[in-house]
Design a protein around this ligand. Sequence first.
Ligand SMILES: NC(=O)c1ccc[n+]([C@@H]2O[C@H](COP(=O)([O-])OP(=O)(O)OC[C@H]3O[C@@H](n4cnc5c(N)ncnc54)[C@H](OP(=O)(O)O)[C@@H]3O)[C@@H](O)[C@H]2O)c1
Length: 266
Amino acid sequence: MGVFGTQARDLFSLEGKVAVVTGGTRGIGAGICIGFAEAGADVVLIQRSATNTSTKDAIEKMGNKAWIVQCDLSNAEEVRKVTKYITEDLGLLIDILVNCGGIQRRHPAELFPESDWDEVIQVNLKSCWCLARDIGRHILETKSQRNGSRGKIINIASLASFQGGITVPAYAAAKHGIVGLTKALSNEWVGKGINVNAVAPGYIATEMNTALIENPTRSRQIMERIPANRWGSSEDFKGVVIFLASAASDYVSGDVVTVDGGWMAR
Ligand SMILES: NC(=O)c1ccc[n+]([C@@H]2O[C@H](COP(=O)([O-])OP(=O)(O)OC[C@H]3O[C@@H](n4cnc5c(N)ncnc54)[C@H](OP(=O)(O)O)[C@@H]3O)[C@@H](O)[C@H]2O)c1
């Protein structure tokens, strides 16, 4: 039966799906993992440390399966090995990838250290490409085992995918790159069974923004420009990622959805 014949809630169900998520220990990524579990998915958490089990514990408490797979996204060698481990050693069939792990480094542009540039590009862009390439290939190779259900890749972008920001040139370059990567992968894969989209968060109250939140002038300026009159929270991402990971979005690909309380429209 086609999707038009199913109940609306079935469109959004992730029952029986396996999602791989980076950055799930806290912040936006933790909200995404909990949302996926609430929609029925089992979740593979790619973490640089296995000692933080809070998201895994929360998912298991809901009756879903969760695995922590150790991988430092700043280490290209570890990132290259991780998909093989998940698919061959754990023997999992992956349906969904969310590239959410990310870092911020702030310096005046004229003083920006090359080491920070390299780290931001590796964690926020190159690791996303490498995981998408390897998990994308896995999804294409295992198409016959999926009963027609599509693979879904979601890259977490930023307002810095559209704007340059201040003192964040590496972050802006990486996040602009994420949008280009999303479109490039979509062009090759949407006809073969994988949707590739991005979500661009606005100003979200997580540890990444501690410096902005603690700066009274910047904090006030940001609030004044958000039409929704509040910073976002990790809860604000559940709906959009469940949509993009489920059959509800089967004809949506190459898009960037902003979740920003109306910021970009201003
Ligand atoms: N907050 C915002 O306003 C905002 C706005 C636009 C876009 N974003 C994007 O949203 C995503 C999540 O941001 P957030 O605000 O939730 O950040 P956060 O609270 O600082 O969390 C960052 C996550 O990335 C993980 N991570 C960082 N470096 C890693 C590495 N080398 N290897 C493995 N994992 C690593 C962290 O793991 P650990 O716990 O091990 O550190 C953590 O799970 C990022 O891509 C960010 O660029 C955020």
